[in-house]
Each structure stands twice: as C-alpha cells, then as structure tokens.
Write a protein that binds this ligand. Structure first.
Ligand SMILES: Cc1cc2nc3c(=O)[nH]c(=O)nc-3n(C[C@H](O)[C@H](O)[C@H](O)COP(=O)(O)OP(=O)(O)OC[C@H]3O[C@@H](n4cnc5c(N)ncnc54)[C@H](O)[C@@H]3O)c2cc1C
Length: 438
C-alpha cells in the first residue's frame, strides 16, 4: 500500500522489545563502561556481559540486520533497519550488541561479495559473529574530500602487491584485525578508474602506525581511535585485491552509501533523546514566576525542534524506502540529502537541549555534551557537507534545461498572451456581454 506510514504489528512488537532491551540492558553500558571501546573485543566485558546480550539479540532474529538476504542476512530492508537504528542510536554500545556497527557492517558486505572462501573463513565469519573488529581506510593526510589527490599506491610484483604511501583517520585501527583499504593500482588513469580495494591484515609487514589520533575534548596529546598509517613496501598476496582491479570507487560507493544512511538513522535516535530531555526540562524548571514551558521563546524552541526532527525522520525513512525499491546508486541524491541534513539537525536540536538546561546542560553530568561532539564529526566523516550538496545539485540539475530564449520559460508576458489565446472564444464572448450590458 503506497503512502502508508504505519509499522506492521509483528515488526512493531520487535521494535517494542528492542526499545525495552536497549533501555534496560544496553544504555547502562554507556555509563558503566564509558571508557571501554565497544570495538575492543579482547576486553573482559565482551565475554562476561556483551556476548550474552548478543545471544539474546540473535534469538530475536535481530542480529546483523543490515546484511542483505543474498549474503545471509534477515532481509528486513532499509526501512525496518531505519526504525531499528533509531532506537540503537540512543547508545554507543547498541550497534555492537546488535551486530550492525560501522565500519564492520560495510566491511562485512565487501568481504561477503568479494572475499575468497579462505578470507571469508578467517575474517568475515568472526567479524559477523562480533568476535573481531575492522577498519576502513581511504582518507590520506593531504587529501580527504578530493580523492584525485590520493597518492598511496600498489604495484604488482609476481603474485604479490607492494604498497607504499600514507593513510589518515583510519577509525578503530587500535582494535582491528584487518583493514579494507582503497589504494591506487593504475596511476595513469583517473583515480575513479585506477583505484582498487584491498584486504590488509593488521600484522602485514611494512604497515606502520604513525600515531592514533583522538577527536573531541580531553587531555591534549592523548591517543584516540583514528590511525595515521604508513605503508613501507608492505606486501599482500594477489588475492587480497577485492573485486575487480580498478573497481575501488564502485565498491566504496555501495559501502559508504549504506554507512551514511545508517549514521542518519541512528542520529534520529540521538536527536529524539535530546528532544525528550528538552521537553522534560521545559516542564520542570521554573523561572520568573512560570515554567520554562510557558515562555513563548521556549514554546517556539520545542515546536521548531519537533518539526525539524519529524522532517529529518521522514527524509531518512523515505531514503531507506528508495533504497529498498531500487538500489544505492539510484538513491544517491537522497543519501547525499540525509548526509547533509544529519549534522544540521544534530547541531540545532542538541544545542537547544543543552541551552535549555543551562549550566547543567554543558556539564559532564548530562549526556548532552557527548552528543554535541557528534555534530561536527557527522559533517565531515564520510565526506564534508559541501561535497554532498554539490552531488545533490549536479544530480538535480541533470533533469533541467536552460531557457530556450532570452527570458525564462515562466516569463509572464508571453504566457499571458498564450493563455488569452487558449480562452479566446470565451473571453470574446465575455467582452460582447460587457459591451451589451454597457
Ligand atoms: C570521526 C571521523 C571518523 C573518520 N573515519 C574515517 C575512516 O574510518 N576511514 C577513512 O578513510 N576516513 C575517515 N575519516 C576521514 C573523513 O572521511 C575525511 O575527514 C573527510 O573525507 C574530509 O577530508 P579531510 O579531513 O581531508 O578534509 P578536507 O578534504 O581538507 O576538507 C576540509 C573542509 O574543506 C571544505 N571543502 C572540502 N571540499 C570542498 C568542496 N569541494 N567544496 C567546498 N568546500 C570544500 C569543507 O568545509 C571541508 O569540511 C573520518 C573522519 C572523522 C571526522
């Protein structure tokens, strides 16, 4: 049924279960294990606490829901995944508990499609089972948004590839067992045709960690989860080139497209949480003789946030629907649209929620400042906002043509002339009627 905004009862029952499970079992992990990375699979919390939770999720058939049915997933599709991810967005541990955390989700899809049987056994199976973590690496220190400036390259030597160059901001490298890396294999053609995707085991000789970079506030100089890497004559076997030689960007578009939408879906959950906090505060705090909720400025804030969140949520779910009904490449403009909208809604809503809580809002006694740190990163990770706006505009403008003459096609004088001609008989009759009456 077209234009139906309801959720089928069987799936709603699953969502209700997820809502309750995340609130009671998963969100507390963010508080008790705030300094443990969900990607650190060797931490004792994984076996003791996370594994039993993951087993619960598997029993509910909600594990790794991003995987398509053609590669062994449940096949819920993106719309249902969107509804699920909205709930998971409330907790940084939730995606790992449900087996759909980036970048492992996208890397698993690449391996499922292009890995050899041996690679699947060694990397895909434990990755899908949540026993190992992985990294996706494309950005270089001198270039992120403009891949034409990438230089990291691989040269074939017998049945091996020899890699030299640098990569930057490779997330989760400290906990990864392997990396999927975009590397130039033919420097004589445009980068979009001359790059390939490689599977690089972490222990590869010649792969050097320059340092792990951190984001956000915190002590200056502390190590974080985003690696600056250098390849010094690093060698991998020929079969570690995934897919066809030169198909790196095609593969990247598919995996990044999914990743961008999934981040947006989880961001719906983040802004809803900030909004709930804002509304509770408005009804709880009194100043100058009335509740905050009774001040017109606050009413406007609540109304504006509600409208913006609803618009964003519908945009995300519609994009999911477009993907379900076509594919990632057909949904490219829509995916770029949600990518642009995500940091904007995070910035607008979380700022207002913080603001309404006053000093408490900017303190470390509420989760709002941690949410707030997401806003600028969402505008950069997976490509900056400006680049996605350009993608949207170029795709949209393909369906338009320049005006045929000096004036725009909507120029009124010739259109009025034409309209008058169309109704000439009637208009002449009217005129005679008027003269007759006069
Ligand atoms: C939290 C986080 C995690 C990340 N994880 C990964 C990862 O796992 N793997 C990976 O490969 N990369 C990762 N990245 C890197 C990310 O993909 C790049 O930061 C991004 O592509 C932008 O590249 P850049 O940082 O070099 O910025 P630049 O390309 O230098 O862009 C900087 C700014 O310049 C402006 N700009 C750039 N291009 C244009 C344009 N065409 N028109 C107008 N203005 C423009 C924009 O304002 C942009 O924000 C991550 C980044 C972040 C923040």
């Amino acid at each position: 049924m077209a234009w139906d905004f309801s959720t089928e009862p069987e799936f709603q029952a699953k969502l209700d279960w997820v809502d309750e499970f995340v609130a009671s079992e998963v969100e507390p992990l963010d508080l008790a294990f705030a300094n443990v990375s969900p990607f650190n699979k060797s931490h004792p919390v994984q076996e003791a606490i996370i594994r039993p939770l993951q087993d619960e999720v598997k029993k509910q058939k909600l594990w790794a829901c991003h995987m398509g049915p053609e590669i062994g997933g449940a096949g819920y599709g993106q719309v249902k995944l969107g509804l699920l991810n909205e709930i998971l967005g409330r907790s940084s541990w939730a995606p790992s508990v449900f087996g759909c955390q980036a970048p492992d989700s996208g890397n698993a899809e690449v391996l499922a499609h292009f890995g050899t049987d041996e690679q699947k056994k060694k990397y895909l199976e434990p990755l899908l089972d949540g026993r190992i973590s992985s990294t996706y690496s494309m950005t270089e220190p001198q270039a992120g948004a403009d891949p034409a400036q990438f230089t990291c390259a691989a040269v074939k030597d017998g049945d091996e590839w020899v890699i030299n160059g640098e990569k930057w901001f490779a997330s989760n490298f400290p906990h990864a067992e392997f990396l999927i890396v975009m590397i130039i294999t033919n420097p004589d053609v445009a980068i979009y045709a001359g790059s390939s995707m490689f599977l690089i085991p972490k222990e590869t000789e010649g792969l050097e960690l320059v340092r792990n970079v951190a984001t956000g506030t915190g002590p200056i100089g502390r190590a974080g989860g985003h690696a600056y890497l250098r390849f010094n004559d690093a060698r991998v076997p020929a079969e570690n080139l995934l897919g066809e030689e030169g198909a790196g960007f095609k593969i990247a578009q598919t995996r990044l497209g999914g990743g961008r939408v999934h981040h947006a879906m989880r961001s719906v959950g983040v802004v809803k949480k900030a909004f709930d906090m804002m509304c509770e505060r408005a009804l709880s705090r009194e100043t100058k003789g009335s509740l905050l909720a009774e001040k017109q400025a606050v009413e406007h804030m609540v109304a504006e946030c509600w409208i913006q969140i609803l618009q964003f949520r519908l945009q995300v779910l519609h994009t999911a629907w477009v993907i379900d009904n076509s594919d990632y490449s057909a949904a490219r403009t829509h995916i770029a649209g949600v990518k642009v909208a995500t940091p904007k809604v995070l910035t607008d809503v979380i700022y207002k929620a913080m603001h309404l809580h006053g000093s408490l809002g900017v303190s470390n006694e509420l989760p709002l400042t941690r949410m707030w740190e997401m806003a600028p990163t969402m505008g950069i990770a997976d490509g900056p906002t400006e680049v996605h706006k350009t993608t949207i505009a170029r795709n949209i403008l393909k369906d338009y043509r320049p005006a045929p003459g000096l004036f725009p096609t909507e120029h009124l004088p010739p259109k009025i002339e034409e309209a008058k001609k169309k109704f000439a008989d009637f208009l002449e009759g009217e005129l005679e009627h008027e003269i007759g009456n006069g």
